[in-house]
Design a protein around this ligand. Structure first.
Ligand code: NDP
Length: 250
């Protein structure tokens, strides 16, 4: 059961920039109180000034696992409940396979996988009390096929899709839907870093994207809104590519 009648409360991790910002923008425009979390206070402030009163900011490093239970407890005390969690925050690392150190690998897995588990576990405790909620995880095309030079990132995004299914089977009977969006190549700072100095990779991306261009972050915002409203009431456990056809392009 979703709480459609009341104003919903959402957390969007990494909501101060790129895809997360576009999701937060879509949510506030649709009357959802949206708490955005990131490490950089200046970025959060700048985002809030654009998103307005329904946006609340929280400076927090999701790598600080031990502090996540306290963070969620404080947010629940302040906002009374959490209806929506979008696990969007993530980091990338583009390096030759043999250059990736154990520390590099561990760092990506820690931010992109472990912190998603920990924050989800804490938020779900509240969602179970409320008998409902919706979680959206953000994976990547890197989980769907072999992309060179992103070994740790690919492993992390594959884990997110597996966790989505595992969470959905366990939590859907409790009224909590769990879905995943697999963005294709979306025009943000992260993709600019990966593509702008690598014309060969950029050409490959565009040539196998039937729609012929990078996606706008707002396209992910639209999909996220769909997945957290009653428009998608019978959808759980899916991985939805939003990729201009990249995943089926030849
Ligand atoms: P950005 O780098 O703009 O966004 C990442 C966000 O995550 C930032 O706002 C950052 O904020 C936040 N973040 C990173 N680490 C932490 C942390 N430890 N604690 C709290 N917040 C953190 O990239 P995108 O918008 O492109 O990426 C968003 C998501 O979409 C990522 O999960 C990415 O993997 C995924 N994605 C992106 C694609 C693309 O083409 N752009 C394609 C497929 C997937 P701060 O630095 O302030 O902490």
């Amino acid at each position: 059961m979703e709480t459609n009648e009341q104003k919903k409360i959402a957390i969007v991790t990494g909501g101060a920039s790129g895809i997360g910002f576009a999701i937060a923008e879509k949510f506030v425009t649709n009357d959802i109180t949206t708490i955005i979390i990131g490490r950089n206070e200046e970025k959060l402030k700048a985002a809030k000034s654009k998103l307005g009163a329904l946006c609340q900011t929280f400076a927090f490093d999701l790598n600080n696992l031990a502090a996540i239970p306290e963070l969620i407890k404080n947010l629940v005390e302040k906002y009374s409940r959490i209806d929506i969690l979008v696990n969007n925050a993530g980091i990338n690392l583009k390096k030759e396979f043999t250059e990736v150190t154990d520390e590099d690998f561990e760092k990506i897995i820690h931010t992109n996988v472990q912190s998603i588990f920990t924050i989800s576990r804490e938020v779900v405790k509240n969602m179970i009390k409320n008998k409902g909620g919706s979680i959206v995880n953000i994976s990547s095309m890197a989980s769907q096929y072999g992309l060179p030079k992103v070994i740790a990132y690919s492993a992390s995004k594959g884990a997110i899709e597996a966790m989505t299914r595992a969470m959905a089977v366990e939590l859907s009977p409790k009224g909590i839907r769990v879905n995943c969006i697999a963005p294709g190549f979306i025009a943000t700072d992260m993709s600019a870093k990966a593509l702008n100095n690598d014309p060969e990779r950029k050409n490959k991306v565009l040539s196998r994207t039937p729609m012929g261009e990078l996606g706008a972050p707002s396209t992910i915002g639209d999909a996220a809104l769909f997945l957290v409203t009653s428009e998608s009431a019978y959808i759980t456990g899916v991985v939805l590519p939003v990729d201009g056809g990249n995943s089926i392009g030849f």
